[in-house]
Design a protein around this ligand. Structure first.
Ligand code: PLP
Length: 422
């Protein structure tokens, strides 16, 4: 991997009014360790705008009722808001029908729902599952566990450590007529690399494999059109896109969702229950047993409105400008190694780096002293780190409310790390 990246140096016109956006996020007014707070841990979770916090609060203070079971006004209003959030999410990703949007508790649960609902009854000995070496554990460990349980073989599209890109030279061998599932991230949580998902999916389709796209980092940062993507499944989480924690999404092709078994059984997912037989509701309800995270889903609907008002393309362009600026600034610091492709067109706003031999946790602690929040360590991507041959990185990840001053503060603090460990 490269230390000096060829970042675009020209100052582009601002993609959005970031100073106005910052006013919407109350936490940004806080200090941390006595310093103005700089939040660069958006890969882990995003901050929430006041509008989302208010929306969630409004459910508790003005409605409070359960959904899909009360015949009174407040329950009906809560149900309409919950179901309305599904419509908004469907619009956000270009899903043809809101029925194809299932609410779970996280992207992790969404992957597990595919494993339990579809894969366990369709995968067996002799079958193959193909993932990449750069997956987050959420899109890796469930497939590994499935392979162990069924006797299927797990195969990997490898990383080229020197370029930060996936090696697709053996694509036709790694995805072949035995392949039943191909699961790939649309954006790495370690380097922001956006692999050529279309190419991988095209090969998967040619051999009849079911495709799963991990959009946990992607959907929050770019315009997504599932129709154009042609993925069978897409998973992502609300909390990484200004929404509440405890809400995830599974988008699926209608026919596949209909074939799938429920993963959780109980109330609200049934049409008729007799002592000898239960008939389940149709999709998506058959996957949403029990009382869901009502306030969270309603808050998520507001987060989708918020992001769409600003525009996903503008958000993506803003993050790319920040990334280019950050890479340019970091390349001026001796001993800093940045990871990821040099071509910024295949990257989102994530910058993983190391400062000489300093352990990422030490780097993170010094940044913390300076009021800066980043993620350090393995980033739930152990196979990725093994492929890079490093014990971890420090990761700065950007979102719509970050500005150039945040990067300046980061760079200033990284210089301090470099001086301490030189
Ligand atoms: C690429 C990627 N996939 C999946 C996940 C899992 O998301 P969650 O923890 O919300 O289930 C994450 C979380 O960091 C991620 O970055």
């Amino acid at each position: 991997m490269n230390t000096k990246q060829s970042a675009a140096t020209a100052v582009a016109a601002p993609a959005m009014d970031v100073e106005r956006v910052r006013q919407d996020f109350p936490i940004l007014k806080r200090t941390m360790r006595g310093k103005p707070f700089v939040y660069l841990d958006n890969g882990a979770t995003a901050l929430k705008p006041q509008a989302v916090i208010d929306e969630e609060m409004r459910y508790y203070s003005e409605l409070g009722a359960n959904i899909h079971r009360g015949v009174y006004e407040f329950s009906e209003t809560a149900s309409a808001l919950y179901d309305g959030a599904r419509d908004k999410v469907a619009r956000l990703i270009g899903a043809p029908n809101p029925r194809q949007v299932v609410f779970t508790k996280s992207a992790t649960e969404s992957v597990n729902l595919i494993v339990y609902g579809w894969a366990l009854k369709n995968i067996g000995q002799g079958d193959e599952i193909c993932v990449t070496e750069i997956e987050h554990h959420a899109n890796f460990v469930p497939w590994q566990a499935l392979a162990e349980r069924t006797g299927a073989r797990l195969r990997f599209l490898p990383l080229v450590p020197e370029t930060g890109l996936l090696d697709l030279s053996n694509l036709n061998d790694l995805i072949n007529e035995r392949t039943k599932i191909v699961a790939v991230t649309a954006m790495s949580n370690v380097t922001g690399y956006m692999p050529p998902v279309e190419t991988i999916l095209e090969r998967a389709k040619a051999v009849g494999a079911v495709t799963v796209v991990d959009g946990a980092q992607w959907v929050s940062h770019a315009s997504v059109d599932v129709e154009a993507l042609q993925a069978d499944f897409l998973v992502f989480s609300a909390h990484k896109m200004c929404g509440p924690t405890g809400v995830g999404v599974l988008y699926g092709r209608e026919q596949l969702l209909e074939e799938m078994d429920p993963f959780l059984y109980g109330g609200d997912m049934v049409l008729r229950v007799r002592t000898d037989k239960t008939v389940f509701k149709e999709i998506p309800d058959k996957f949403e047993a029990g009382t869901p995270n009502i306030a969270g889903v309603i808050g998520f609907g507001r987060a989708v409105d918020y992001l769409l008002d600003i525009g996903m393309d503008a958000i993506h362009a803003h993050e790319q400008q920040l990334l280019a600026y950050a890479l340019e600034q970091m390349s001026g610091i001796d001993g800093v190694t940045c990871y990821g492709p040099t071509d910024l067109n295949v990257r989102g706003g994530i910058l993983s780096f190391n400062v000489g031999d300093a352990h990422p946790h030490d780097t993170g602690s010094i940044l913390d002293e300076d009021g800066i929040a980043v993620r350090t360590g393995l980033h739930c991507a152990h196979p990725f780190m093994c492929a890079l041959g490093i014990p971890g990185t420090t990761r700065a990840s950007f979102y719509l409310y970050n500005n150039r001053e945040d990067i300046d503060r980061l760079v200033q603090s990284v210089r301090r790390v470099q001086e301490i460990f030189a």
